[in-house]
Structures are given as C-alpha cells and as structure tokens.
Design a protein around this ligand. Structure first.
Ligand SMILES: [Zn+2]
Length: 420
C-alpha cells in the first residue's frame, strides 16, 4: 500500500516536471486512482448479457462485445455496429449507429456520444450502453424515442479507451486507469486549436477516432467523463474572457436544460463543482489538446464534455440511480441538435461591441486600430475557424483566403471583414 503511494507520488512529481502545459488547477479527474479505492468497492461484473438485465453491474469486455453484437442481431434495421478502430492492446473501439427506418434515405443530422476516454471513468460507459438499449427498445413504443431516432442519426461509442478500462484484465473494471496502454492521457492527445503539439505521439485510439469523425459530419456531440458532476462547454483551450465560444448563449441554455432536468429526478447531483452545474471549460481550467476543442475547432461540431459522476468508478449497485437522474437529460441532449439550424449563421453571434479594422474591404491585410488583449479568431461564414492569432496581434493577413466575408472575433468583440 505504502509502496503504491510512493509510486503515485513519484508519478505525479514526474508529470509536473515534464508538463509544459499543465494547468495551474488540476481538474478533479486528473489523478490516477488509488488502489485502495477499488479494494473497498463493491464492483460486480456481468459475465453474460443476461446478467446485465438489471443494469447494476459492469460488463466484462466479452459481455460488452456480446451486448453490441446482440443489438445488431435483434434490431437489424435500426442498429449497425461500426468498428472505429482498435486499441494499443488490440481491443475493439465500437460504435452503435442507430437510424430509424424512416431515416434510411434521409439526410438527417448526425449526433455522436462517446464515453470513457479516461478508462477509469466508467459511469458513462454503462450509461451509454443503457441508452442504446433504451432507444432501440423504445423505437415504435415510445413517441419521443421514435421521433428522435427517425429525425437524428445517432452514433454511440460507449468505450473510447478499452485498455484503460480493462487494465486489470478483460474480466473486471477493477484497477481501471485513466490512461491507455502506453500510459498516455487520450484527452491531451488531439490536435489543438493553437497548433500545440501533444506531449506524446498521437495514440492509435485517437487516430482511429479522428479518422472516424472525419468520415462523418457530426453536428452535435458530447464526450462523457467522471470525477466531477459538471457540464463543461467549449472552449477548454481558453477562458471565456479570452475567447468565448460563438454559441456560448446557446450552450448555456443547453446546460441549464440538462442540469434542471436531472435535478428534477435527484436534486443532489451536479453540485460538486459549481452551483449552476455548468461552466465554460477554460473558466474551470485550461487544457491543451483535448477532444472537445478538437471537435469544435476542426470539425465545426458542437461538442461538450459531460462530467457525470463525482466518483469516477461508482459502485456497481449505484449505476441504476445514475441512470434514473441522467436518462432524460441524455436523451433530450440528442434532441438539442434540432435547436440550432444546420446553417446557423456565425453573423448572428456578433456582439454590439466591435473591432475596428481598416482598410475594409481589403485585398490582403487589415489593421486593427486598437490593441486587443485576447486572441483573434477568423471564421468563415459557415462558422468554421479559418485561423487564429495570439493576443496583441494588430495585423490580420487574409491574402491566402478566398474572396468573401469573414467574421473576426476577439474576446466579446467582433467585426465583419470583406476580402476582395
Ligand atoms: Zn476524464
């Protein structure tokens, strides 16, 4: 036991020494699990699909695979299982794709949930499995689920880091760890809006995920974590003072609806970090190379981070209680994809506080008449980030961009710039 503590201490010391980009505050989920926490925990595993029927166990790795296959077999017109890729140890990273029969030839928007990129944050793993089961069994029986599945193509990846979760072997989630088999934090390993190089080479779990999301056009997504109960909306790379997300107002409404709904089922949750139950990620603390900002910045996908359980690895008999207070919020969040237009204009997010550029229109450069202390972000009219410049920049060079209108934002100020 003591040796383990020494090991953890050395590990943390080593991390601090190596970490150029380590945030000042550590997020609650930033620490490796302590072995004793597992020793005293009641963690019951399901060795068969049938043993998952009460949803009060964690599946073994084989049971997890069998559950996914079982849904594809039982609901062949509704559900397909994609293999996103494999982990370092060769375990499968799977995604259930749920499309209603009325949706087969439609151009429904695509939604993506993925969970447990931190292997020991396993509450979301089981919540996602149960969500798949609920949507499939509810289709044709429950109007809300039927409408949702008919109007949205729903992709659910329950387990992004199987090597971390099954670190203790395929038969248990006991001794799960945050990291993958190379001991890399997958949520510090994505391409970054700043161009910051991750501290480690891109891990194959993330390469697979990047390839998979590149083949899709996810409009709305979330990644699920544990270690806190708080809804974390973009950005993670900046504070909301430096660079508020263009759709912050929408995010806040979405977060409120999620938290309010869950609190009607259990008032004690989503209170351990902020009373509101939500925050802009960078206001909690800034992280580089995270998955959330990767999706927002590079894919024009609205992704948030849902921290759904204060305890990363809850006792298995607590799983039904977490489902009880989360299920309606998790289902409703998918429907939030209908609360913004597919072609939502970035222009509508401009504030009355303006940045003053000259000459405008321009053929190449525009100059800022006043210095700004926050980074500049240039968006095209589709809302996609074209590039960014650091705080203090006075010149924006547009000569490489196609002719057209661009929105430049910095902090809460913005401007429309015309490139001729
Ligand atoms: Zn996490």
């Amino acid at each position: 036991m003591n040796r383990f503590f020494v090991f953890v201490s050395l590990l943390l010391a080593a991390n601090v020494a190596n970490a150029q980009y380590e945030p000042l505050k550590q997020r609650a989920d930033a620490f490796p699990p302590v072995a004793e926490a597992f020793d005293s925990k009641a963690i019951v595993m399901a060795n068969t699909v049938e043993q998952m029927s009460g949803w009060d166990r964690y599946p073994t790795y084989d049971t997890y695979l069998a559950m996914m296959q079982d849904w594809a077999d039982r609901f062949p017109t509704l559900c397909r299982i994609d293999t996103i890729g494999t982990s370092v140890k060769g375990r499968l990273i799977l995604c259930a794709c749920i499309k209603g029969s009325a949706a087969n030839q439609s151009d429904n928007p695509e939604f993506f949930y993925s969970s447990t990129m931190h292997g020991d944050e396993v509450t979301g793993f089981v919540m996602m499995l149960r969500l798949i089961d609920t949507l499939l069994n509810g289709y044709g029986n429950n109007q809300q689920y039927t409408d949702l599945v008919n109007s949205v193509d729903i992709y659910i990846n329950p387990l992004s880091n199987p090597d971390g979760t099954y670190r203790g072997g395929n038969s248990t989630v006991r001794n799960a760890i945050r990291y993958n088999a190379n001991y890399v934090d997958l949520n510090r390993n994505y391409p970054d809006p700043f161009g910051t190089e991750p501290m480690n080479p891109q891990q194959q779990e993330n390469t697979a995920m990047i390839n998979y999301v590149g083949k899709h056009h996810f409009r709305l997504s979330a990644n699920l974590h544990g270690g806190a109960e708080v809804m974390n909306y973009p950005w993670d790379s900046y504070s909301s003072y430096e660079n508020p997300h263009p759709y912050s107002e929408w995010w806040i409404e979405v977060c409120k609806r999620f938290v309010d709904t869950s609190r009607t089922y259990s008032s004690s949750h989503f209170r351990d970090t902020y009373n509101s139950g939500y925050t802009a990620g960078g206001d909690w603390y800034v992280i580089p190379n995270g998955r959330q900002d990767y999706m927002n910045h590079f894919h024009n996908c609205r992704e948030m981070t849902m921290e759904i359980s204060s305890d990363k690895t809850i006792e298995s008999d607590q799983l039904p209680e977490y489902w009880r207070f989360l299920q309606h919020s998790l289902v409703n969040y998918i429907g939030e994809i209908h609360t913004f237009a597919n072609d939502v204009s970035i222009e509508s997010t401009m504030s009355s506080e303006t940045l003053d550029f000259y000459p405008n229109p321009t053929r190449d450069k525009v100059f800022l008449s006043n210095e700004v202390l926050t980074p500049l972000t240039v968006y095209n009219m589709q809302g996609i980030v074209v590039f960014q410049l650091p705080a203090g920049t006075r010149v924006v060079d547009l000569h490489n961009l196609p002719q057209g209108v661009y929105i430049v934002r910095s902090g809460h100020r913005s401007a429309k710039v015309i490139k001729r």
